[in-house]
Design a protein around this ligand. Structure first.
Ligand code: NOJ
Length: 569
């Protein structure tokens, strides 16, 4: 391996397609999506036009948290296939010019990982120091931290007389990154996959790996029973040092991309992770726009976002990344979030129109866009009547907490679950109107959304006006117009209550993006300074019509327009 830094920035021009393997396509009829199923659908992904595929965890796991609890980092989960299947996928994808990035889950392992089994066997075992163990304080947990999935973040183990930390489920013990051996293990795992030829990593909750050594109590927020761990664990004292070490030791030797998941990270903090001169990560996933509809109890609420807040948040991230040499990741959804058309658009009367508008708004911003499987079809949230039909651990835990701690009524609880459950994203991909949406010949591990008769890939592929073909255009425009990657962002008409408009500019031209969040037709006056510029319509989601003096746009409900304006010689 040469010592030279091999990194290039192809990812700035790329669009990423996220696959949740369990829910994508089942090739063997066991009801669970698998790697051969992904291989079958590579032509579909290629047709959409993306550059990179991100796979959620595919490793051996007891599936307490659907693969985010890994018991062997170098083995493929048997439900998904074999290492040979994975190698075939990688090589077939590469033949089509598609790159593949994998999920790196190293804040924690599964409690079934051999390291943890040894760690919990005795304080003297060398693996004990692989995890975070603390003595009881006055016979209790070492601090008040609650886990992300409810309950305490500490679990007591009789055999060693200590508590171990788990920021997520108790089957997901946190690794001790202070131990250099742990870091070396992680780097070895990364090299193992990179040497197979993968093209990068999405790093799970990577900003949580360095905990404050004093483990301070956290504030009790959102009516929770326990304290928040964020002040003590997010963006901790050594996180940048660890990531710079990881970059030096591993990443700098490969031409790959990285995106770190970073909950509770401000734009200024994110600039530290992604400033290219600091050599840490290429970009992070932030959560600021995902928090806009949080309520009294946090995520599970029936509040709807406000457009003014969305503008503020997105604009802040666009500006801060630009000024600080950072880079944005752009996303509306992923396997942890509700479907965007249900959450930020209208999934009944204006489903197609609002899905296209949301795609437009996001894809012309600065950053690398991520499309979560089914988003390109305008797939919607699901509303199962019975909690037993849900699979997700977070959903079950919140149901229990809302019942037993807050005594909320069933209807309200189910309403918030319908709006926010992670299973909204995880229902099987809707390929056709055949049985089980064409996802599986067996019984799917999670029920399909009953609206698959109406919303499915087969029908969209035969309709030139579909969301699918609109997304294809969005991607093509990004590839064809350099300004989408490089242009400087400026919000326009910031106070407008219905419209989100912005420009992207370079010395010679400007893109003008105008998106309506109104459910009524709207007349929009283009601001004076932009009106005078000659403009060419690049894209719209309705039959674009302008008044004669071309100063005014008439936008249909959830209308969207993109213009290219010439500003220079
Ligand atoms: C974030 C992942 O996206 C989520 O699915 C998972 O439950 C947690 N991290 C824990 O790994």
């Amino acid at each position: 391996m040469s010592k030279m830094n091999k990194r290039k920035d192809w990812w700035k021009k790329s669009v990423v397609y996220q696959i949740y393997p369990k829910s994508f396509n089942d090739s063997n009829g066991d009801g669970i999506g698998d790697i051969q199923g992904i291989i079958e659908k590579l032509p579909y992904i290629k047709k959409l036009g993306v550059d990179v595929i991100w796979l959620n965890p595919i490793y051996k796991s007891p599936y307490v948290d659907n693969g985010y609890d890994i018991s062997d980092y170098k083995m493929i989960h048997e439900d998904l296939g074999t290492m040979r299947d994975f190698e075939e996928l990688l090589s077939e994808a590469h033949k089509l010019g598609l790159k593949i990035i994998l999920d790196l889950v190293v804040n924690h392992t599964s409690s079934e990982h051999p390291w943890f089994k040894k760690s919990r066997s005795s304080r003297k075992d060398p693996y004990h120091k692989y995890y975070i163990w603390k003595d009881p304080v006055d016979g209790h947990e070492p601090n008040n931290w609650g886990s992300s999935f409810g309950g305490s973040a500490w679990e007591y183990v009789e055999d060693v007389g200590q508590y171990y930390l788990h920021l997520f489920a108790k089957q997901q013990p946190d690794l001790n990154w202070e131990n250099p051996k742990v870091r070396e293990e992680v780097y070895n795992i990364m090299r193992f996959w990179l040497d197979k030829g993968i093209d990068g990593f999405r790093m799970d909750v990577i900003n949580l790996i360095s905990k404050r050594p004093d483990y301070p109590d956290g504030p009790v927020i959102q009516n929770k029973e326990y304290g928040s761990y964020y002040a003590g664990a997010a963006n901790g004292p050594r996180v940048h040092e660890f990531l710079q070490e990881m970059n030096r030791e591993v990443l700098s030797h490969y031409d790959v991309m990285t995106v770190g998941e970073a909950p509770h990270t401000s734009a200024d903090e994110a600039a530290l992770y992604t400033d290219e001169r600091r050599k840490e990560l290429d970009m992070v996933f932030h959560f600021d726009h995902m928090h806009l509809d949080y309520g009294k109890y946090g995520k599970f609420s029936d509040r709807r976002f406000k457009l003014a807040d969305l503008k503020t948040v997105m604009t802040r991230w666009q500006k801060v990344m630009e000024v600080h040499h950072g880079w944005n990741s752009l996303y509306w959804s992923n396997h942890d979030q509700a479907r965007p058309v249900s959450r930020f658009g209208n999934d009944t009367d204006y489903r197609v129109q609002s899905a296209k508008m949301l795609g437009t708004l996001l894809h012309f911003m600065q950053g690398t866009p991520y499309i979560f499987e089914g988003e390109e079809l305008g797939m919607t949230n699901v509303a199962f009547d019975n909690i037993a039909d849900y699979n997700d651990i977070e959903t079950h835990n919140i149901y229990h907490e809302f019942k037993t701690v807050h005594h909320l009524d069933e209807d309200y609880i189910m309403k918030t679950i319908h709006l926010k459950s992670r299973d909204n994203a995880r229902t099987p991909m809707q390929w056709s109107d055949k049985e089980n949406a064409g996802f599986s010949a067996g019984t799917p591990w999670l029920k399909v959304n009953p609206n698959y008769h109406e919303i499915n890939a087969a029908s969209e592929l035969s309709d030139p006006d579909s969301v699918f073909y609109y997304y294809q255009k969005l991607i093509r425009l990004r590839h064809n117009y350099e300004i989408v990657t490089t242009g400087s962002y400026q919000i326009v008409d910031e106070k407008n209550p219905d419209i989100y408009a912005y420009t992207r500019s370079d010395e010679k031209q400007k893109l003008l993006v105008v998106c309506s969040f109104s459910e009524s037709p709207i007349t929009y006056k283009i601001p004076e300074s932009l009106r005078v510029l000659p403009r060419e319509l690049l894209l719209s989601n309705d039959a674009a019509s302008e008044t004669e003096d071309s100063t005014t746009l008439r936008l249909a409900p959830y209308g969207a327009r993109v213009y290219l304006c010439k500003t220079g010689a």
